[in-house]
Design a protein around this ligand. Sequence first.
Ligand code: BMA
Length: 916
Amino acid sequence: MTDLHKQSLLSSLGLVHVWSLEKPNTMTKAVNTSLLAFSCLFFVVLSLFLSVAEPQRQSLNGKWRLSNTSGSVCLPAEVPGCVHSALQLQGFIQDPYFRFNDAVYRWIALENWTYTTTFTVSAVLRAKQKVLLIFEGVDTVAFISLNGITIGETDNMFCEYDFSVRDQLKVGDNELRVDFRSPVYYAAERRKAHPYRVPPDCPPDVQRGECHVNFIRKEQSSFSWDWGPSFPTTGLWRGVRLEAFDLLHVVQVSPVPLYNLSSSAWSVQVDLLVDAVQATRSHVTLSVPELESEQSFPLELLSGKTKNSFVLHINASRQVKLWWPRGYGDQSAYSLLIRAHQDGVVFLNTESRVYFRTVELVQEAIVGSPGLSFYFRINGKPIFLKGSNWIPAHAFQDQISSAVLKNLLQSAVDANMNALRVWGGGVYEQDLFYEICDQLGIMVWQDLMFACAMYPTEDQFIHTVREEVLQQVRRLKSHPSVIIWSGNNENEAALATDWFNIPASQKPMYVKDYVTLYVDNIKKLVEEEDQSRPFLVSSPTNGAESEQEGWVAANPYDPHYGDVHFYSYSLDCWDWKTFPRARFASEYGFQSWPSFSTLQPVSRRDDWSYDSSFSAHRQHHEDGNQQMLRQAAIHFNLPNSTDPFKLFTDTLYITQVMQAQCVKTQTEFYRRSRSEIVEGKGHTMGALYWQLNDIWQAPSWSSIEFGGKWKLLHYFAQSFFAAVLPVGFEDDDTMLIYVVSDVLEDLKLRAVVTVYSWSDLNPVCTLRSNLHPVSGGSAVPVFKQLVAALLAGCGRCTRLTCLLMFHLEDEGGIQHGPTNHHYMCSPKDARGLQKANITAMVQEDDSGFSVTLRSSSVAPFVWLDVGNIPGRFTSNGFLMVSANRTVGFHAWRPTSAAELSNALTVTSLMDVYGAG
Ligand code: BMA
């Protein structure tokens, strides 16, 4: 074995030590046995050496002990985990999501809790020069002691903590103890100690939550939100481990791509964060072998943590494959190798992934419009962001499995989304979330975790926030999916539009605090750490214009600038004129109820009515349940069954129908506004509706129910986010159809409009527009006709009797994009619309399950439901204008045609109104 072999063996093991062994003497035949003996000796020495030299990692995850202060509750608890999960798992409490248990179990967050574990340390580990005790996530305020000696405190759920504990460790058994303070009492105390009010003090009563969450750095929605319960968690929510080493420990490697426009050259900035036992000067070699790029740099380590930054220039003669958002190209990645050596001996050997892509947030003047543009250019291409907003997938983070994450993110791309905003009231998501987004090409708008509140700016708070931001930016900046940092959710708007009744005389003080936190600290820090993507101070904001106005614009919702959040529950959502023609719509939405199969496991029979105290309890948005019905009643007859259970499930259905149609109308309006300026407004380049997922089983703005079931809205999103989409709408008395194209190539398309009567499955007439050129990435009108002329030309049609179906075709008659529809009246006024008799047959063949439907008449909003059998249909909630239609079903667990058939119900609009 040569020195080289020894080195590569060690380096392949990730070892990091200078070492030497005598070279074997020249061998002769006569010493075959001694060679064998030597080899054995060599491996003994080597393994001895390995055991001494090898850095050691010891996980402290697994079963710990948990107790409250009084000692009245003692139980085993899993780490990572939280108190609620442990109590539930050990049978101390029922499912916290069941009925009113959020209120019943309020006491849990008012207690102080202690986690303890005993672990054994080996002599080898104890002999290391340095041992770090690392907590990957502590939720939240705690004292930590090891063998009775206090080693540190924590106050931020979003920070990783490490403590140097070699001297406190014993060979043999050690006791580690984490004493948590009640987050609710801690927050209240901090408020009391603060010289002035930092609003809001408490959430609205309807949220049934806890107060002063803005005084504690933990998931802000854990004290309740308008879609979520109050479960202020406590626990070790990420892993705990020991890292023992003699030379150094690599804390983090963060490569980010940089592109030099003038020289058209790529480089990779690599930050290497290392914890070293002693100061060392050496060299590090960075390479991207696939791009034949390699460079060496001096490496200087101090004792303790040092960040070294290097810029590796990529060989200009090699073609770099880019990372593209979904729909625009591949998500290419490269391996980056990092090796450090001294005197020819490798002592650091690690690998990371690097992706090449550029992001620009373009805010520039637009001809014919006051204000500034606001759109993302990725790899030089303007890209319309289509998607939604992400909230925590569970109140108890430890219960979010990788399968749940994968399923939700896959559901996002299956609905043709290319972007998600990780909303600022939740958590910085786990690594896996961003890894999946990288792979799927989902662009992430990453908020920092501040939402709907003012925040304190005292030293201790700023200090912990700075550490949080530094750590999170370093952790996430290598992900190409993250395309923007945004400082907070709605805090500029809250201040500008006075959500909290701040007296005018005090406003400057709050503005000063705002600027201190988000601009002077956070923005500065993020920009120092990461030059590879833009930073926006808030969402919504006027962006560059807000900056001009001292970071708090007079109207952060101004559609001429930045992004907009827009909610209106009382105006008719079918009327696109009620929506602001924003540059970028980062939030808008409507509530709906989840389906019965999602509610059933957390409710009882007496809860199954829209007026039950359960239905009121789960609704955390003031007047939400009535708001949904009022919006639905604008266009639909509300369910009127005399059977109370049917009335309940029909009502759940009608809220979903309302939500889907509202969000469809609004999203289509944004998408068709991408190329136009109308009355100075337009060039909309983003539509992210509120919200993708749910935290529990309750009414909310989500398109996916807790558990993963798609609501009607999510099926609609599949169509309204299609790359090529026909959008139909009326402007005064004119019917228009636009082609919205997100594809890069130019197309030539015509609209084909088929007029149907509500009373007949046979079309009344078909109209075809001329072929129109449609440039890649544009929205253009291709069909325009006065409604009266259109109806008259179609013989027996009136607004009340007919509806339009339309799609796009190219020269060769090939359809591009989905078929869409336009109602000329509210379905409740439609003449001739009958109750459809729909039969369904489930079959299984090689390609999976299919359901063949037969309808006796035109049926709007045909909804297939297989109860609690997890999976999704290929389409659902559709308008049926033909007698037959077949849809597929992707099951997420093994099932059978018989099981599906038994569970299947089919509902369409007219089933919920009428006798019975
Ligand atoms: C927005 C979000 C959330 C909220 C949603 C619905 O303001 O940022 O705070 O849940 O509206 O009200």
